[in-house]
Design a protein around this ligand. Structure first.
Ligand code: ZN
Length: 195
């Protein structure tokens, strides 16, 4: 192997990296991750992901919104993604208030009625009736239940093929550990003694 061969092979590798979408090369793990925007959740570290491994979508709560469906559909049908992982977390900001409270607060702060404006500036046709606005914020009351609901929402969605593997986890801010929804080890220990 000449030195030029070595150079050419590393150039080829670089070209494949840059032209991944063009060449229909999926991300390294064929993975789409949905998670919360919270700065206490270091998602790459939590899942052991390296640059290039996954498409990562972060929003308030790590909850399924229209743009999650849009992005998941694009990465699955266009870019070879075969698996989705949802990571929510304890102490999430979306646990604290109701949609009604958030709507009231933001309408007061901005002086606009959310049902009267274009929520997506590129889609002025897309308006929500006033009664649906609180649900648009997507607040949650139980993070474990909410995680399972997000998994189900994606599984049931007609744009997500049935053979895409979808899993959900809760990241515990207090312990820095991931858990399966409902598998709260502290609770399980106390139950063992009460049997
Ligand atoms: Zn959060």
């Amino acid at each position: 192997m000449t030195y030029a061969d070595t150079l050419n092979s590393s150039l080829q590798e670089w070209e494949n990296w840059v032209l991944r979408r063009h060449k229909k090369i999926p991300n390294n793990k064929g993975l789409f991750v949905l998670t919360c925007m919270d700065e206490r959740l270091p998602i790459e570290q939590v899942l052991g992901l390296q640059p290039g491994d996954a498409h990562i979508f972060r929003n308030a709560g790590g909850l399924v919104t229209d743009d999650v469906i849009r992005s998941a559909a694009l990465t699955i049908h266009g870019f070879g993604t075969r698996e989705i992982i949802i990571v929510t977390h304890t102490e999430c900001g979306m646990l604290g208030a109701t949609g009604e409270q958030i709507t009231e607060k933001i309408e007061q702060a901005t002086g606009v009625k959310l049902s009267e404006i274009a929520l997506d500036p590129g889609l002025p046709e897309f308006r929500l009736p006033a009664e649906a606005v609180p649900r648009w914020w997507k607040t949650i009351t139980d993070v474990d239940e909410a995680t399972l609901e997000q998994v189900e929402a994606l599984r049931r969605h007609p744009l997500i093929p049935k053979d895409v593997v979808i899993s959900g986890y809760v990241f515990e801010i207090e312990t820095g550990k991931l858990r399966r929804p409902g598998h709260i080890l502290a609770n399980m220990v106390s139950k063992a003694f009460s049997r």
